[in-house]
Design a protein around this ligand. Structure first.
Ligand code: DGJ
Length: 750
């Protein structure tokens, strides 16, 4: 223990001091006869290195996470940190890879367990490591006395350096244990000045980027809602940039500085805790949300956590998101490693809401086909007794008044027009006014004898039940078998209220938080297997279920019900920190917009949506011939550059945030052969010109020719110039006024 007088070093000095002290102690005391490398494990990928080791007590200790180190670099042996006076034991101060709650731990545990005899102390020690390959390792930990085993899984992507981490907890005791808290992983960074970035929002206001300095204590981002939620998204980034060397607050650099980031692959209740501990280390712990959690493991049973992905970039937040985008395309999405660009869709919702019928949908389909749409999607209203949101959910038969001959005539017409057909469903929900609920009132999440809170007049089916799971899969399988449906828009329009499951013993009821999500994933997986051409969108009243878990099974997401093209610029900006534009559906809808009453031109709306995967959601019955011509021209232009927009490297050139009057993005194809730029004004003040755009990511030596999609440059703008010119000299757009947009492409000349 340090004496009080020794506890004086400033925050910045403490760690070098502690490290030096331990380096000396290590030299003096030879504690282990094992060769040091036998107890140090390292994973390298892309531009990053991750290392951990077994310390003298047998704990698995984090050693390094950051930029790629030399192949011959050697880490000193893992050595536990000292206790901090008598108040924080060494167990609390030492960064562990996966720490059990026990031994006086005051920081966030990875695992907290209650044993049948009342013991709640858990201390995990290293047992063995299995190196599957250079990219994949499994570490077995065990409690010091009890038969609780934890397998930590690590695999690193050689290209991006993104690590996938998860844990499997096994009970080999003679009695059940209750898992009260289980993280997928913990990540630790050494003391420094950091800025935390994270995403929050609400219905119609998702994807707000928050940035704040990390101070002592914890910042919790979470969902207690049973699903991912609009209010926070399971992604974080921690930046340490040049400003740490200057006075003043730290800031997150867009294209410079070190960034550590992570995303949790889980579509149920989740929690990520970012904590600066007593000695200024920063730890990130993420996994199942411990709120109301309690997963009983019978002897011999195991619980597997979701995967927590983590990565590192030394090119700021821009570099971090480019790595994540590449990783999602290559490893997460169902069509990985080469997902097809999304078809340009038409969706009926904003045009007709629940008032769908065969002639109305055919009329829209004809107009959609005329502007070059690839996929026609009929939204809510086609099934059961669905006329409003009061009735019908759960009854997945075709409404005979609206579609007297079933869906086939509409689908055939859509095909004849050269499009494929998609359909809206909301399988996990039921309206009390439905045949399904009348037959199975016990199928919903609820506590017996308690009120059942309705939201949007609907209740949540308990998908954790195997009969409910099988029913949903069966109904959807039949729908897809009987009809030629290329695409399902899978909606989910409320969160859980009373999460009861009284048909199983009390001790098993809280498994609902896990089993519900596993069954959802297994239905999606089975449907894709049985219908290999099927594509699926994850929608939850907009962006309420977007995470790397659901993205293993769904090809795209609906980021928000807010389709206002100006609001979308900042939402799309926020979205892009965590998710690739490939999955970001963006519809062009009517003006003035229903949410803000804002009027914008069709061109502006089209350009805003063309930054992601384009869709049309307007009422085409109200369009003029000029509107049709504009949309047709811009859809054709979009098709010709779509692979670059959705699969290229994204540079956020000018941020739309913080009341910015202007914004701009650029995407560059992976081979640097093409770049596509979008630029927007919110308003022009005092006649100011649009800021100079200095492009990024081009080949400086190659010649690039400019092609205008919309708008123009100031007089004298080059028609062709080197990559160096576009990046250093830059381009000045002739763009001014309120809600104006411009777009151009640069094509490398051979
Ligand atoms: C919410 C979705 O986000 C909308 O796009 C639409 O599908 C409605 N549900 C239909 O009820």
């Amino acid at each position: 223990m340090f004496g009080v007088d020794e506890m004086r070093p400033s925050a910045a000095m403490r760690f070098p001091f502690i490290f030096t002290l331990f380096a000396l102690l290590t030299l003096l005391a030879v504690r282990s006869t094992l060769a040091q490398d036998a107890r140090i494990f390292r994973l390298d990928g892309g531009n990053s290195t991750y290392a951990f080791g077994v310390n003298e007590r047998g704990e698995l200790q984090t050693l390094y996470w950051g930029g790629r180190l030399g192949p011959n670099d050697r880490f000193p042996p893992a050595q536990s940190y000292p206790e901090w006076a008598s108040f924080d034991s060494s167990y609390s101060t030492t960064p562990q890879e996966y720490v059990g709650w026990g031994a006086g731990l005051f920081t966030e545990p990875a695992l907290k367990v209650s044993f049948a005899d009342g013991n709640r102390d858990l201390v995990l020690h290293f047992v063995r490591i299995t190196v599957n390959s250079q990219q994949s390792q499994e570490v077995l930990l065990k409690d010091v006395f009890r038969e609780i085993y934890v397998t930590l899984r690590y695999s690193v992507d050689p290209e991006t350096g993104i690590l996938a981490r998860s844990a499997i907890i096994e009970n080999h005791e003679k009695l059940p244990v209750v898992i009260e808290q289980a993280a997928a992983a913990q990540w630790t960074l050494p003391p420094a000045r950091y800025t935390l970035s994270y995403l929050t929002g609400r219905w119609a206001g998702e994807w707000t980027l928050n940035q704040e300095p990390i101070h002592a204590g914890a910042r919790v981002i979470e969902s207690r809602r049973g699903s991912t939620g609009h209010q926070a998204n399971p992604w974080f980034a921690i930046s340490r940039d040049d400003s740490q060397e200057r006075a003043g607050p730290a800031i997150a650099g867009e294209e410079h500085g070190e960034v550590w980031f992570g995303a949790l692959a889980w579509s149920g209740s989740w929690r990520i805790t970012v904590e600066q501990d007593q000695l200024d280390s920063v730890r990130v712990t993420g996994g199942f949300n411990p709120f109301d959690f309690g997963y009983e493991l019978e002897p011999g049973e195991r619980l597997e956590t979701p995967v927590f992905y983590g990565g590192y970039s030394d090119h700021g937040l821009g570099g971090a998101s480019r790595l994540l985008h590449r990783f999602e395309l290559a490893h997460v999405l169902p069509q990985a490693p080469e997902p097809k660009p999304r078809p340009v869709i038409y969706n009926s919702w904003e045009a007709t809401e629940f008032r769908v019928d065969e002639p109305g949908q055919v009329a829209l389909a004809e107009k959609a086909a005329s502007i070059g749409v690839d996929r026609f999607v009929m939204d809510d209203g086609w099934f059961g007794q669905r006329k409003t949101d009061n009735a019908g959910l759960g009854d997945w038969y075709v409404n005979p008044e609206k579609f007297p001959n079933g869906l086939k005539p509409l689908i055939e017409k859509v095909h004849a027009l050269g499009m494929d057909f998609g359909l809206w469903v909301e399988p996990e929900m039921v309206n009390p006014d439905s045949d399904l609920y009348r037959k199975h009132p016990d199928w919903v999440l609820s506590f017996p004898g308690r009120p059942r809170t309705e939201q949007r007049n609907q209740l949540v089916l308990n998908l954790a039940r195997s009969d409910v799971r099988d029913y949903i899969e069966g109904v959807l399988d039949r729908l897809l078998t009987e009809n030629d449906i290329a695409f399902l828009k899978w909606d989910y329009n409320r969160n859980w209220s009373e999460p009861g499951w009284d048909q199983v013993p009390v001790a098993e009821q809280r498994r609902v938080y896990v089993e519900f999500v596993h069954n959802l994933y297994s239905i999606l997986a089975d449907l894709r297997k049985k219908h290999p051409a099927l594509e699926i969108e994850s929608c939850s009243g907009g962006g309420g279920r977007v995470d790397l878990g659901i993205l293993h099974y769904t090809d795209e997401v609906w980021p928000s019900d807010n389709t206002d093209p100006f609001d979308r610029l900042s939402m799309q900006d926020g979205f892009s920190y965590a998710y690739t534009p490939q999955i970001m559906m963006a519809w062009v809808t009517d003006s003035p917009h229903w949410l803000n009453g804002r009027s914008t031109s069709l061109t502006y709306r089209m350009l805003s949506s063309m930054q992601g995967s384009l869709g049309i959601g307007a009422n085409l019955n109200h369009w003029t011939s000029e509107d049709f011509a504009t949309a047709k021209r811009l859809i054709a232009a979009y098709h010709s550059v779509q692979p670059t927009i959705v699969r290229g490297d994204l540079y956020r050139l000018l941020s739309p945030l913080d009341g910015s009057e202007v914004s701009a993005t650029e995407t560059v194809s992976r081979d640097k052969g093409q770049a596509v730029v979008f630029a927007f004004t919110h308003s022009t003040q005092e006649g100011r010109g649009f800021p100079l755009l200095q492009l990024q990511g081009l080949d400086p030596a190659a010649e690039y020719k400019i092609g205008w999609i919309e708008g123009k440059g100031i007089p004298g703008t080059a028609a062709s110039a080197s990559g160096a010119w576009w990046m250093r000299h830059g381009i000045q757009l002739d763009l001014h006024g309120d809600f104006q947009g411009a777009a151009f492409r640069l094509d490398r000349q051979h």
